[in-house]
Design a protein around this ligand. Structure first.
Ligand code: MEV
Length: 314
C-alpha cells in the first residue's frame, strides 16, 4: 500500500560535456567532465487514481510497459525502483529534455537522473549521491552495455568532476581564461556502438589498443595540471592529442573530423569529439568570447547544426 502523502514528485538534471578521457574512462583511466547547465531534463511523476503506468515524452507516450527498444532502460529503472520501494501505484511520468539524443551529451543518463530524483521526491525518500549513481547504472547498462558511470556522475553534478571508475569522483576547480564552443555535428552516434568498437579493437590488437587507452589517461592527468596552471595553450594541445588517439580508436567520424579541422584552422586552440563519438558533438577551446562567437558562427555555416558557448572561468 502507498504510504506517501505526496501526489507529485519532480526531479531535474542537465547535459554533460567530457573535456577529456572518454572511452579510456571505461577501462579505469581518469576523465574530466563538466555539467552543461543550459540544457536541462525535467521529470515529473504524478499519482493516478487508476492503476495505469503511463510515460509521456517527446519520443513516446503510452504504457511504460510498451516503450520502444531504445527506451528500455527507463522502463527497467522505474520498475526497479517501484519494486525496491514496494510501491504498487498508477502514475503518469512526464519527461521533457532539451538534450539532443545520441550526440554525446549524456541524454540517457540525464533522463535517468531526473527520473530517479522525481521518484524519490514523490516517495519522500532521502537520496544520497551513491544511491543515485547506482540506480542510474540500472538504466545506463541497458543503454550503453558497459557504462563507466561518468555520464550519470556529470549530469547529476553541480561542478566539473575528475573521475576514475569505481574509485574517485572529485569536484575539480575550473577557472580557466578560455571558452569552450560545443558543436553538434548533426550525426547521430550511438555510445553503445562506440564502446563496442573499442572493445573489439582491444580484442583484436590488445597491446597497441591498451597503449592508446593509457595514453589518453596520461593526457587527462596532463589536462588536470594545465587547468590548475591556467595553461590554455597547453590544454589545447592536450585536447588535440586526445582527439588523435580517439581517431586511432576509430570512434571519430569523417564529418566530425572535417569540422574539427576547420575549427583548428580558424582560431581553436584545441578541438576534439566529446562523449561516445562516431558523430555527435565536439568541443573547441578558444581564448575569448569574441573568438567563441566567430567560431561557432563559422561552424554553423559549415554544417554544424547547433552550438553552445561555455565560459571556463567560474
Ligand atoms: C560516453 O559519454 C562516455 C564513454 O566514455 C562511455 C562511458 O564512460 O560510459 C564513451
Amino acid at each position: 500500500m502507498l504510504s506517501t502523502q505526496k501526489k507529485i514528485g519532480q526531479g531535474s538534471s542537465h547535459a554533460k560535456i567530457i573535456l577529456i578521457g572518454e572511452h579510456a574512462v571505461v577501462y579505469g583511466q581518469p576523465a574530466i567532465a563538466l555539467p552543461l547547465k543550459t540544457l536541462k531534463t525535467h521529470a515529473k511523476m504524478t499519482l493516478r487514481q487508476d492503476d495505469q503506468q503511463i510515460l509521456e515524452s517527446s519520443y513516446y507516450t503510452g504504457p511504460i510497459a510498451d516503450v520502444p527498444e531504445f527506451m528500455r532502460g527507463i522502463k527497467h529503472l522505474v520498475m526497479y525502483i517501484l519494486t525496491q520501494q514496494n510501491k504498487d501505484i498508477g502514475f503518469t511520468l512526464q519527461v521533457t529534455s532539451q538534450l539532443p539524443i545520441e550526440r554525446g551529451m549524456g541524454s540517457s543518463a540525464s533522463v535517468a537522473v531526473a527520473i530517479i530524483r522525481a521518484m524519490y521526491d514523490l516517495f519522500s525518500l532521502e537520496l544520497d549521491h551513491q544511491t543515485l549513481l547506482k540506480l542510474a547504472d540500472v538504466a545506463e547498462k541497458d543503454t550503453h552495455k558497459n557504462p563507466s558511470g561518468l555520464d550519470a556522475a556529470t549530469t547529476s553534478s553541480a561542478t566539473p568532476i575528475w573521475m576514475i571508475r569505481d574509485q574517485t569522483i572529485d569536484p575539480i576547480p575550473l577557472d580557466l581564461d578560455a571558452y569552450l564552443v560545443i558543436c553538434d555535428s548533426g550525426i547521430k552516434g550511438q555510445t553503445s556502438q562506440a564502446i563496442a568498437t573499442v572493445k573489439a579493437k582491444l580484442q583484436a590488437t590488445p597491446t597497441a589498443t591498451k597503449k592508446k587507452i593509457e595514453a589518453i589517461g596520461d593526457l587527462s592527468w596532463q589536462a588536470r595540471k594545465q587547468l590548475a596552471q591556467n595553461d590554455v595553450l597547453g590544454l589545447g594541445q592536450t585536447l588535440n592529442a586526445a582527439q588523435e588517439y580517439l581517431r586511432q580508436l576509430e570512434v571519430s567520424e569523417p564529418k566530425l573530423d572535417k569540422l574539427i579541422d576547420l575549427a583548428l584552422q580558424n582560431g581553436a586552440l584545441g578541438a576534439k569529439l566529446t562523449g561516445g563519438g562516431r558523430g555527435g558533438c565536439f568541443i573547441c577551446l578558444v581564448k575569448d568570447q569574441r573568438s567563441a562567437k566567430q567560431l561557432s558562427d563559422l561552424l554553423l555555416a559549415n554544417g554544424a547544426i547547433a552550438a553552445w558557448i561555455e565560459p571556463l572561468k567560474k
